[in-house]
Ligand binder design. Sequence first.
Ligand code: ADP
Ligand code: MG
Length: 476
Amino acid sequence: MQVTAESVWGECLKFVKDNIQPQAYKTWFEPIVPVKLNSKVLSIQVPSKFFYEWLEEHYVKILKVALTKELGEQARLVYIIKMENTFGNKSPFTEKIPSENRSSIKSQEVDAPLRNNYSSELKNPFIIPGIRNLKIESQLNASYNFDNFLEGESNRLARSAGIAVAKKPGGTSFNPLLIFGGVGLGKTHLAHAIGVHVKERSPEKTVLYISAEKFTQQYIEAVKKNNRNDFIHFYQVIDILIIDDVQFFSGKSGTQDVFFHIFNHLHQNGKQVILTSDKAPVDMQDIEQRLLSRFKWGLSAELQRPDFETRVSILRNKLYRDGVDISDEIVEFVAKSIKSNVRELEGAIISLIAQSSFNKREITIELAKQVVDKFVKNTKREVSIDYIQKVVSEYFQMDVSTLQSKTRKRHIVQARQLAMFFAKKFTKASLASIGSQIGQRDHATVLHACKTVDNLSFTDKQFRKYVEDLSKKLSI
Ligand code: ADP
Ligand code: MG
């Protein structure tokens, strides 16, 4: 058999696999790509410098044994580091590190930053200045706790998983814990509740809550200032890391890459990671496969829309805490009228209380009707044809102008037909007016689109899912 980079590396992997933990193998060896074999020198590509450092620190011995077995005493290993392309404007470049220099590089460049004791040099907005030991502000909101996160059918799994994780962070199989669900269903609340609980029980633990958006901004800053290592080290000392709305990472490959490394480090060291997302992992778009597969390692728990009983108890609880007394009839009326999201439910009751106290009116069912009517109408009014086009094109990740364009490409045609269908369904506009607003089409085209959508959602499962997803997005 011919000896190639692939075959040599394949044999090395077998050996490594037998000698280290499966998790470590997955994390550190699966992503490596053998590139070439030049006599006794094997070149492998690793995803980042951090990866290289980690391999050198932890696995250099086993790699040496494995490679020597295959190629003999003269065996050498060369890493090729694939640099990430953060802003998408430069072509990626590579860096070669010959194995002969390995030990010197290791002591000068690699050891120093890794052994940094994190206290003096880290510049991060969350570090409280003036305190000598590293102290990280948790960014938690204490008013989001388990006591006021009411349980119901819709959230039972997520809530109990949250409690289990809070009691034993890093010590359950729910790592990472991914909480997903639509807007206003309590993802942020539940994520905070876990952090708050841990902090109450074990104040010495380092907990950090951060939105994915802020994480991304920090990372971009760090890259600009050449502090990428500091950024990574900062996150690697956290015991419980909570990242809210990870769907924000979509399409941001640099951030995904750095998060991947941080995640691996934390996970391997038994630290807890909690993530929230507005989509289930299978529906996330533009998130790298290796990251998605990490998300699935632990538990993905969904928050669904609360049923009527849960809505009533959420309202009662809120009123009780605010010291406001409202009759059952009214509470039930509000709970019946607003179904899709807890934030709106709370909004309606707050506005009801405000109306009554500003205008010194008693809270009656009539007043409740007026408020709810306004509330529901207010949110409904947002559904314009423009809004529908925006939602549909976002869903399919295209621009509105693409959706309106003359192209016959199937997925664009389908998106356009869906926009027409929903415009017919959710607005009072005529077929002709819908056509003229969605890319200057005539009424017959719109009629045809509506029929096609009807038919396809009958016959095509994937298409039906588009219709359901979009209905949900548009009916909030
Ligand atoms: P998301 O992050 O999913 O958009 P939030 O966590 O911000 O939603 O929740 C929206 C509002 O609804 C918050 O004020 C939160 O306290 C409240 N809420 C959500 N679920 C519950 C629940 N089960 N019990 C009590 N309040 C809830
Ligand atoms: Mg949220």
